[in-house]
Design a protein around this ligand. Structure first.
Ligand SMILES: Cc1cc2nc3c(=O)[nH]c(=O)nc-3n(C[C@H](O)[C@H](O)[C@H](O)COP(=O)(O)O)c2cc1C
Length: 340
């Protein structure tokens, strides 16, 4: 067991006594310092199994999900603790503060979180500046969205600004149309809206490919709260537009799995163990409907190695974690990597 894995169980009770967002900010800052002091070095002791997906070589199949490092401030540290990929963001064209605090809640009895952060981020240009100097071997994805005050009719412009800015520094770009915390964002998952958005972005991707001499795959991140008809419509558009990959899923607005919990009615997206089953069903449904070569990144409710294996069996090419890292700490990385 490495130092950081030993350290987290000692730290966790202290961190859990702090407000959830404060604990998060503190942890990320400590990770950056630990990395600068060389304390995260050689943490990766599990054998690496590289995966070739979308023309990229991922050092392993485990990624850090979007939202943990919204500002791209710790990519080196995430890579050092063993992640094969890091998805930074969601980033919007202009910086924005997000929703009023408190906006992040723990439901430890369910190994779950509820968040309504609302895309608090320093803006795409700030993140891009940081990513220019990255040295990590981990694949870096840039997750993009729209500003809260951009109307949906103008959303395409926001995504285009972000795609153009991210293209030179990103290994892949993830289009987030599934956060429940930006009013109207998920309406972009409607068939007409998503077709318009994806076709504009694919067109821009082709132009940027010529300009930069490299292909940066474009993925779409979807919600778990989609009915069969919505899933079919989205899959139809993804197939027709030749999207490069799908990320399934974001957090859920459903509260059935946590009924009766004192925090169940807090507005926002629920993540962690309660979203696992629904996430896996959506993943399986997309796997059946999408073209065979179109990869899916499975995310939602991975709390241990077996959960990651289940997602890969359900058809995921790669997996990501967020809430599991809060509850299990960096030991989760070793658990997943030694199980898959
Ligand atoms: C506090 C928090 C903030 C998040 N922020 C984002 C975000 O900015 N963009 C995004 O695409 N997903 C975001 N997510 C969703 C996660 O990337 C992931 O899809 C979801 O939490 C399910 O995975 P999990 O059960 O492993 O947490 C966030 C999740 C949490 C808990």
């Amino acid at each position: 067991m490495t130092l950081i894995e030993k350290f987290y169980p000692v730290m966790k009770p202290w961190l859990f006594r702090l407000d959830a967002e404060m604990a998060h900010t503190l942890t990320v800052k400590m990770m950056v310092i630990a990395h600068k002091l060389g304390m995260l070095k050689s943490v990766v002791t599990t054998p690496q199994q590289p995966r070739n997906v979308m023309g990229l070589t991922f050092p392993n199949a485990l990624g850090l999900a979007a939202g943990m490092d919204k500002s791209a401030s710790a990519v080196e540290a995430w890579g050092a603790i063993g992640f094969g990929s890091v998805e930074v963001g969601t980033l919007t064209p202009r910086p924005q503060p997000g929703n009023p605090k408190p906006r992040l809640f723990r439901l430890p009895e369910h190994e779950a979180l509820i968040n309504r952060m609302g895309f608090n981020n320093p803006g795409i240009h700030s993140a891009v500046k940081k990513l220019r100097h990255r040295r990590t071997k981990a694949i870096v994805g840039v997750n993009i969205g729209k500003n809260f005050d951009t109307p949906n009719e103008k959303a395409v412009d926001d995504y285009l600004i972000c795609l153009k800015a991210a293209y030179p520094v990103a290994d892949y770009v993830a289009v987030n149309i599934s956060s429940p915390n930006t009013k109207g964002l998920r309406d972009l998952q409607a068939e007409g809206a998503v077709r318009e958005l994806i076709s504009a972005l694919k067109k821009e991707q082709a132009t940027l490919k010529q300009e930069h001499g490299k292909t940066v795959p474009l993925l779409v991140k979807i919600a778990p709260d989609l009915n069969d008809m919505q899933i079919e419509a989205l899959a139809r558009v993804f197939n027709e537009q030749n999207i490069d990959g799908v990320i399934a899923t974001n957090t859920t607005i459903d509260r059935d799995a946590v009924t009766g919990h004192a925090l169940a009615q807090e507005a926002g997206g629920l993540s962690g163990a309660p979203v696992r089953e629904r996430s896996n069903l959506v993943l399986q449904a997309f796997r059946m409907l999408l073209k065979e070569q179109m990869p899916i990144i499975g995310v939602g409710g991975i709390l241990n190695g077996a959960d990651a294996v289940a997602k890969l069996k359900a058809g995921a090419a790669l997996v990501q974690v967020y809430s599991g890292l809060v509850y299990r700490g960096p030991g989760l990385v070793r658990d997943v990597l030694s199980s898959i």
